[in-house]
Design a protein around this ligand. Structure first.
Ligand code: TYD
Length: 205
């Protein structure tokens, strides 16, 4: 029998290492005989990638930043995520709405109520599973400094900003315990990889 479509998202502060796991997760899905679409936010569509360029590099008001994140998300949902899920494919997205609650909500101080309204406006379906790569912001900042020669607007933020972003992610996890799984991203890479695969086997098979 064909498995029902699933929507999986990866989250975490900059430097948490979430992107490292995309390949093995998509390989795991393919091994189940299922077609997977790997995508990211902000971006995921030609229009969204243009907005990404702008929102990551140009100075702007916080609400403009928030609206652009949701404009890119709307396009992404309507033209990539929903069509793929409707065709029975699985979708793996590097970030989604939780990132807006964490960065714009926690980091920048946009009211949660505003974000809930925008999310309700664009979201057709919540993720089935979200892996939250959690790490001490001090360690994450060291990783970003070593690996990113030209940091974007978010990566240039100070430690306190990332403390707030992390707290907001953890708050989301507390509010959505059935959907969001917290992964200790300070563990060594091979342990982390097996943790991720174990979660997929437990939650999705
Ligand atoms: P990121 O996945 O970190 O890209 P890269 O690995 O190429 O640096 O995403 C880019 C940034 O966008 C990241 O700092 C978080 C930010 N962001 C928001 O502030 N709000 C959002 O809703 C999303 C999706 C991302």
């Amino acid at each position: 029998m064909r498995k029902k479509s699933r929507f999986i998202t990866l989250e975490g502060i900059d430097g948490a290492g979430k992107s490292t796991h995309i390949k093995e997760i998509s390989q795991w899905i393919t091994n189940q005989g299922i077609e997977v679409v790997c995508t990211r936010e902000p971006g995921g569509t030609p229009f969204g990638e243009k907005l990404r360029e702008m929102v990551l590099h140009e100075k702007m008001d916080i609400m403009s930043e928030t609206l652009l994140m949701f404009a890119a998300r709307n396009e992404h949902i309507k033209t990539v995520i929903e069509p793929a899920l409707n065709q029975g494919k699985w979708v793996l997205s590097d970030r989604f709405t939780d990132a807006s609650f964490a960065y714009q909500g926690g980091g920048r101080g946009v009211a949660r109520e505003t974000l809930r309204t925008l999310a309700a406006w664009v979201e057709v379906r919540s993720p089935d599973l979200t892996l939250l790569f959690d790490i001490d912001p001090a360690l994450a900042q060291q990783r970003v400094a070593q690996s990113t020669p030209q940091p974007d607007r978010f990566e240039q933020e100070q430690r306190l900003f990332f403390d707030r972003v992390r707290d907001a992610y953890l708050e989301r996890a507390q509010q959505n315990p059935d959907r969001i799984v917290i992964i200790d991203s300070a563990a060594n890479l091979s342990d982390l990889k097996s943790t991720v695969i174990n979660i997929l086997n437990e939650r999705l098979v």
